[in-house]
Design a protein around this ligand. Sequence first.
Ligand SMILES: C[C@H]1O[C@@H](n2cnc3c(N)ncnc32)[C@H](O)[C@@H]1O
Ligand SMILES: Cc1ncc(COP(=O)(O)O)c(N)n1
Ligand code: SF4
Ligand SMILES: [Zn+2]
Length: 458
Amino acid sequence: MRTSWVKKRENDECKTQMYYAKQGIITEEMEYVAKIEDLEPELVRSEIARGRLIIPANVNHTNLEPMAIGLASKCKINANIGSSAIASDVQGEIEKVQVSQHYKADTAMDLSTGGDLDEIRSAVIENSKIPIGTVPIYQILHDVGNKIEDLSIDVMLEVLERQAKQGVSYFTIHAGFLLETMPKVAKRKMGIVSRGGSLMAAWMMHYHRENPFYTAFDDILDICAKYDVSLSLGDSLRPGCLADASDDAQLGELKVLGDLTLRAWEKNVQVMIEGPGHVPLNQIERNMKIQREYCHEAPFYILGPLVTDIAAGYDHISSAIGAAVGGWHGASMLCYVTPKEHLGLPNADDVREGIIAYKIAAHAADIARGRKGARDIDDEMSDARYSFDWEKQFELALDSERAREYHDETLPQDVFKEAEFCSMCGPKFCSYKITQEIMDNPDAIAKIAEDAKLAEAN
Ligand SMILES: C[C@H]1O[C@@H](n2cnc3c(N)ncnc32)[C@H](O)[C@@H]1O
Ligand SMILES: Cc1ncc(COP(=O)(O)O)c(N)n1
Ligand code: SF4
Ligand SMILES: [Zn+2]
């Protein structure tokens, strides 16, 4: 679909959506997004020009279906996939990206650190219609033989270019963590929990020099502009526990990310900002507000946040609670957390659990924000429930397979797909059924209303 769109822009000096938006041009990607979001194309264009909305769409990912992340569009979710040194195989990652699309993740990040990284990434992109993001420092480290001291700016830029050429649509770049911040980190309970952030710290401490991503930021922008890779400015200092939430280290970095945002926009590179982490429920709204203020309303892409540290095995739940509140208060994309968080590498089943938890959070946020039509599907579900239309209920459910499977567990026979009850209450105690029988007598209801009116008048 995008092949012809991209082809005709071949000779343009800059190919980013932001560049076209600023020229007043509505691209095919903007039209497409406007249609699925039910927005005016001109609004999509102006939001992109302003930096409040992004369409992460690498020019080389031609089988991509464009989607938008920002305040004007629906709340989105990301699924993290990828191998590690302990578990890596291409087929497994293809399965995870397929599961991600089946359960309707809006983007996926390939966070592989084990196996043949280029092979896994190209297989993931080839099998994906959703934008793929990466954290290039993982491959940079891999390519210098896992010796962070050997990292040079040349290797860095070479890996970025390679991934951009492959069709990666957004890069997490940990450029906002500056050498001067190190003393603030020392005061924390949990230091640096970001993988990319800890690697930057190791490099900066070894050389006593400024963060190389910060130093080479302009060169990074040139690569992003060439392929229209969006930047996801990484939060190296996100809190890894409730005790470290909203501290000076976290908020100081966020301010730097705001400055970097303006530099990226100057070169027409689209930007979103990565956010926490682990945050008590009562601090989430304030965190969303501070981000908007420091980062000029660039879309906020948050990881959960987890609202308690003790839910190991259930961190998709502890984090989806925070994600819903974050989305309600203005986060544009929610990065899922799976039940395996803090325990191990997620498999395809964990990907499913994480995605559904986050579909719930994002949808709850859309409803709370009062988005046009957001509740329509809930109303349809309610109608299906009250009319005992089981097939419709399965169809509307976020996880149709799960809904059917659970209904089948106690009432597997076909006849029960027409039944006016389920196994929760049984035929005699079904409240919907009992109510409907009562409401079936409109004369009796009218009589009660009349009596009440009379009583009031007296
Ligand atoms: C920043 C987030 O990225 C997740 N993360 C890091 N690597 C992977 C991977 N290979 N697969 C899935 N999630 C991953 C961590 O669980 C953390 O929550
Ligand atoms: C929302 C979000 N935040 C951060 C990261 C990067 O991971 P890390 O910083 O651990 O390298 C990510 N993939 N998604
Ligand atoms: S998830 Fe495991 S490997 Fe990763 S930072 Fe936590 S303890 Fe370390
Ligand atoms: Zn954590």
